[in-house]
Design a protein around this ligand. Structure first.
Ligand SMILES: NC(=O)c1ccc[n+]([C@@H]2O[C@H](COP(=O)([O-])OP(=O)(O)OC[C@H]3O[C@@H](n4cnc5c(N)ncnc54)[C@H](O)[C@@H]3O)[C@@H](O)[C@H]2O)c1
Length: 437
């Protein structure tokens, strides 16, 4: 690598920016990270990431010590490089539209720093047309000679550092030169780099990938609802139907959330704002996944009413938005909606939530009562609700734990982690699961 090609500024040191910084700095690039959240910079001063990701801690220690990774709250005035990767967030605002203000702000910062022949890569998930119509236009107010590409992040939290080196990198350039320049960076990271015809093609690939996952899960959830209605086992239907039968490709049911899944269908929809067409299947899928919490809570309320005059204690297991691979990320976790919905329906009950990975700040932020350990959750509970598929829940000895519960209690498992027929629960506790009531 020529020296100036080694210098890269990564704007936004969240989940995507920090894992990418770590990957590139570990490969020998000189990374200048820019982040506006003080807490993240403070943690980095202590050579610590602000979230859990396997191995990230170790790599950060190395790259901060060997000075391949430096970090600031804005782009240093006389920064030597001329390559910028934007990884700021694109969450939905209160009206359900994806926020572009963060992209605009950061593009202005790039504009103020970039010099002729610079390269800008956008990596955040965006509405189709954002790279060309927003980022490029802002930078053009200062210079005309620069290259620009869209290279989406496609790793999953919990496996980001290994996946980024394995999965193909999609590259959409303004023109061939832009794409080739972006490829020159990513070819050091991963073997397969796929240059597509345009910026917009790359933007759409990311949105299609993620909304497809939402559709995939929603169909499994629809099957689970059908099975509950017809008193048929969804796991039996799914497992048997796809056994040695490649044409059936079904997910297992379970409530899904997380910062990407909940918004990308809407961003896909926004991409068609001025068109007559709507992504109807994707929107219907989102609707099913979003309404699942309410549906399940209503069902559980009626079950509890049959058993108890008064429900004293409700314990939720799993706060992070997924359990496998494990993460401490609670952003847009369905557990948040679940807790709030349960609280609404059982205002007088003692409600708590357990997750060994999630930090105390998150419990405080949402005003949730934290359970300190699993036994505390089970002790005298009328109902246990398993909300994510972390292996710690899958490995629970439910026979033993049921002894701690109130008599006639319910263990409700949103993820079908156990085989109902093999459980031998005590104190008349029953186990039921989503799609297997
Ligand atoms: N989290 C994932 O695994 C993942 C995977 C694929 C795609 N994405 C997409 O990547 C984007 C980033 O996701 P994320 O999870 O890393 O978000 P994040 O919110 O964790 O990180 C973004 C960071 O950018 C910072 N920031 C905002 N404005 C800034 C500015 N002007 N200068 C410097 N820093 C600034 C924020 O403070 C924040 O820390 C999103 O569009 C997301 O949809 C995320």
């Amino acid at each position: 690598m020529k020296n100036n090609n080694k210098e890269i500024c990564i704007l936004g040191l969240g989940y995507v920016g920090l894992t990418l910084s770590a990957t590139l700095a570990d490969l020998g690039f000189k990374i200048t990270g820019v982040e506006i959240r003080k807490k993240i910079l403070d943690d980095l001063q202590n050579k610590r990431p602000h979230f859990y990701e396997p191995n990230l801690n170790k790599i950060l220690k190395k790259i901060i010590s060997n000075k391949n990774f430096k970090f600031y709250n804005k782009i240093p005035h006389n920064w030597a490089g001329n390559t910028y990767i934007i990884t700021v967030g694109t969450p939905l605002d209160e009206n359900g539209n994806s926020r572009v203000d963060l992209i605009k702000n950061v593009s202005k910062e790039v504009k103020n720093s970039i010099k002729d022949n610079g390269l800008v890569i956008l990596r955040s998930t965006v509405k189709v047309g954002t790279t060309r119509n927003i980022v490029k236009k802002i930078i053009e107010k200062k210079i005309k000679k620069f290259d620009i590409a869209f290279c989406p992040e496609r790793t999953q939290e919990g496996k980001a550092l290994t996946e980024v080196k394995k999965i193909p990198q999609i590259i959409g350039g303004l023109d061939r030169k832009s794409a080739e320049r972006a490829r020159n960076i990513f070819k050091k990271v991963t073997k397969t780099n796929l240059i597509v015809s345009s910026l917009e093609t790359a933007e759409l690939i990311k949105l299609v990938d993620n909304s497809q996952r939402d559709v995939y899960f929603s169909y499994a959830n629809e099957i689970a609802k059908i099975c509950d209605e017809l008193k048929i086992s969804a796991t039996e239907v799914i497992n048997t139907g796809k056994f040695k039968y490649g044409r059936t490709n079904l997910a297992f049911p379970g409530p899904v959330g997380g910062p990407c899944l909940i918004k990308d269908t809407y961003i896909l929809n926004e991409s068609l704002n001025n068109k007559k067409l709507k992504p109807n299947i994707a929107l219907a899928a989102r609707n099913i996944n979003e309404n699942l919490t309410k549906d399940i809570v209503l069902q559980l309320r009626s079950e509890l009413k049959k058993r108890y005059k008064k429900v004293d204690k409700i314990s939720l297991l799993g706060f992070a938005f997924k359990g496998n691979p494990p993460t401490d990320d609670t952003r847009d976790s369905i557990s948040i909606k679940f807790y709030q919905e349960i609280k609404k329906k059982f205002p007088k009950s003692d409600i708590s939530i357990y997750d060994s990975l999630v930090k105390d700040d998150d419990y405080i932020h949402f005003g949730f009562k934290k359970s300190n350990n699993i036994n505390q959750s089970f002790k005298n509970a009328n109902i246990i609700i398993i909300l994510n598929n972390h292996k710690i829940f899958k490995n629970l000895n439910l026979k033993e734990k049921s002894k701690l519960m109130k008599s006639k209690g319910i263990i409700y498992d949103c993820w079908n982690l156990f085989d109902k027929k093999r459980l031998n629960l005590k104190r008349n506790v029953v186990y039921s699961a989503f799609g297997n009531i």
